[in-house]
Design a protein around this ligand. Structure first.
Ligand code: IVH
Length: 667
């Protein structure tokens, strides 16, 4: 075939394939057989192989080609991806409606109700009609560029009849696909995914796009960014417009003329939720009229014009087969239930937490009992109680553990505290869990050292402490011989370990696993004391004066650094070049807002969280209420009671422009 003929034929094939694709994946109404579809696809692939200049990013062949990425690039969202506030009952909903009425002055508000799909949100960016970006939400401001994987979702159009558009929605896996994937994983001896959302998230962040192609992810789109700019007046119409543009929307959405109709919709769908074929965790209620959105406004994280009604967690009854204790990184003992497998909200549950010994004793839960189990969102399933009427004579009274299940040392329990602890500082499980925590994403962010690998390296004796991580490279020859531990994964692990040396102090402080020092406290401490040497020199009183650091946290920090083994470990880390100072993200940032307290109110051009981060990165503080100590009230439009209070207290009030000027002003 000559080039001209090939070009013509490829256009015909593309059009056919796009049409069939849409019929099959969006409308669920195929008009041709799979064979016919495959034949056309093969023909197009062959033509494009011969004339590679015919391949463009919107060719249907681009959905099937595989690619292995090293890692995903970061992507900064043009408009932040916000999340929603939750409502849990009728009263919350009425409160939401009343707030909208108050803010808009309307006596009745119209809404659009949609199912809350339990997946993960994505943003699709089209430029010059073409899909150029598919990104995850990330922290709402910065996500990851997963375009190659998004293209594997067949219902997502690669080209649309609109020049420039951003749309958002939810990537999900149907229950059928989810179960198929897990069945396959069981066969291969791989761990199962806990629920469809985890499986979808794991798939979308897969670096090997051929795996993604096999998994049949799907997406419902529900958000037309800047719909008003395209003269779309309400949410309902924006969904219809998305459909005209051939996006897949969830078909169950409904216009509701007032909050009573919303409540009826919720009640209709609650029992229906398990018949849908995909998981939902609630209903999203959005004010229908888009032109009201700016007036209604935003809180730091959420729009105020929408709310997510969360369904109550489903409770099921199953048999309690066994109870066993396990030990965590702090040495705390948790009790776990082995259950007769049971389906809860679409997934099979085999284990649940029983919390601590008191929990079981107080309820007198026994092995062999029928127990109620619930699972809420991504929280671990938990046993609530046993079913009294079903207790059988043979139900065995349960015995509290006296010794650590891992190292057999005697457990301790501080009088008045519920938890038992293994206080053996060299308990293998405490050490490996501690290492896992040290490497975790929010701590030192070391990749490639999974729970399994840590345990293996620990057992062999290469890895017993944090500082050992930085010595692993000397065991290269031995480690790459281990099963499933090739050269490449070894190199990646070492690179990631080395990179962690440059982390700012707060990551290390969090990673050390000091009791009561969570991520936020670690940051506060790092920011305040700048170096670990400074921090170590503090006593309880000096620590307690910091905002948000109470006496319990202070005592815990002091205790930690008083232990000789901890001092030695820190010295070893230091010797190996681990940074122990606080690095402001942007080195040139000054601390110009030091000792300044801001309160933010009203509608601003960006979410409040944005301003909060900015203020904090310049050393300032933010608070929710105006007081005599407030330095500035940053007020957007429609500021209410805080503005009045600031005026009364003579607090300086600035608008966004003045705030920006403060930022750029020379010191
Ligand atoms: S609207 C600014 N609509 O729920 C408004 N979200 O808890 C953005 N979700 O992050 C969200 N189905 O991932 C919206 N029909 C729906 C949704 C939905 C699921 C997810 C989404 C969001 C989260 C909020």
């Amino acid at each position: 075939m000559n080039f001209e003929a090939a070009k013509k034929r490829s256009l015909v094939l593309r059009e056919q394939l796009d049409k069939w694709n849409y019929e099959y994946y969006v409308n669920d109404a195929p008009s041709v057989s799979d064979q016919e579809y495959d034949r056309a696809m093969q023909e197009l692939i062959a033509i494009e192989q011969q004339y590679s200049e015919l391949i463009t990013i919107d060719s249907p062949t681009q959905r099937v080609s595989g690619q292995i990425s090293e890692k995903f690039n970061k992507y900064v969202h043009n408009t932040p991806m916000l999340s929603l506030a939750n409502a849990f009952n009728y009263d919350d909903l009425i409160h939401f409606d009343e707030q909208i009425k108050e803010l808009t002055g309307l006596s009745e508000v119209e809404y659009t109700c949609e199912l809350k799909i339990d997946g993960l949100s994505i943003s699709l960016v089209y430029e010059n009609h073409l899909l150029i970006m598919g990104a995850t939400r990330g922290d709402g401001v910065i996500g990851e560029d997963v375009t190659v994987n998004i293209k594997k979702i067949k219902s997502v159009p690669l080209r649309i009849d609109h020049p420039n558009l951003t749309v958002r929605g939810e990537v999900y896996l149907s229950l059928e696909e989810f179960n198929k994937i897990n069945d396959e994983r069981i066969k291969l001896g791989e761990p199962e995914f806990a629920n469809p959302r985890n499986a979808a998230a794991g798939t979308l962040r897969q670096l090997d796009s051929t795996i993604v192609a096999k998994r049949n992810l799907n997406a419902f789109l529900y958000y037309y960014v800047n719909a008003l700019g395209d003269e779309i007046q309400n949410q309902y119409d924006s969904l219809q417009r998305l459909e005209q543009l051939k996006f897949k929307t969830n078909p169950e959405y409904r216009y509701c003329s007032n909050i009573a109709a919303v409540w009826a919709y919720i009640q209709e769908y609650e029992p229906k939720r398990h018949q849908l074929g995909y998981e939902i965790d609630g209903i999203v209620i959005k004010v229908n009229n888009l032109s009201l959105y700016n007036r209604i406004g935003y809180t730091a994280k959420n729009p105020k014009w929408a709310i997510a009604y969360k369904f109550p967690a489903e409770v099921v009854v199953t048999k309690l087969l066994n109870i066993f204790p396990s030990v965590g990184r702090t040495g705390r003992i948790t009790y776990n239930a082995v259950l007769e497998p049971v389906r809860i909200a679409g997934t099979i549950v085999r284990a649940a937490t029983l919390h601590n010994a008191d929990f079981i004793t107080e309820r007198d839960i026994r092995i062999g009992d029928d127990v109620q189990v619930k699972k809420a969102g991504d929280i671990i399933p938990e046993v609530i109680n046993y079913v009294v009427e079903r207790r059988q004579q043979k139900a065995k009274k349960w015995q509290e553990a006296t010794h650590c299940p891992e190292c057999q040392s005697l457990l301790e329990r501080v009088t008045g505290e519920v938890d038992q602890y293994c206080i053996n500082s060299v308990c293998p499980k405490k050490i490996t869990r501690g290492l896992e925590h040290y490497c975790s994403r929010n701590a030192m962010n070391i990749e490639g050292v999974s729970e399994k690998n840590i345990e293996r390296l620990y057992k062999i004796g290469y890895l017993k402490s944090f500082s050992d991580l930085y010595q692993l490279s000397q065991y290269r020859a031995e480690i790459i011989q281990l099963e499933n531990f090739g050269e490449k994964s070894f190199e990646n692990m070492i690179t990631s370990i080395n990179n962690s040396k440059q982390n700012s102090l707060e990551r290390l402080l969090f990673g050390l696993g000091i009791r009561h020092v969570g991520q936020k406290t670690a940051k506060l401490l790092a920011r305040q004391f700048k170096t670990i040497a400074e921090l170590v020199a503090m006593n309880i009183e000096q620590l307690s004066v910091i905002n948000d650091v109470g006496p319990i946290v202070a005592a815990s920090v002091v205790d930690y650094f008083a232990i000789v083994a901890n001092q030695q470990e820190i010295a070893l880390l230091q010797q190996q070049g681990i940074n122990m100072t606080y690095l402001v993200t942007n080195q040139t940032l000054s601390q110009k807002f030091e000792n300044y307290r801001f309160v933010i109110t009203g509608v601003l051009s960006k979410p409040r969280e944005y301003f909060k981060e900015l203020i904090e990165s310049y050393g300032g503080q933010t608070s929710d209420s105006v007081s005599a100590k407030t330095t500035y009230l940053l007020a957007g439009s429609d500021a209410g009671s805080k503005l009045v209070k600031a005026q009364k207290l003579n607090v300086k009030i600035i608008n966004e422009e003045e705030f920006n000027n403060l930022l750029i002003k020379e010191e």
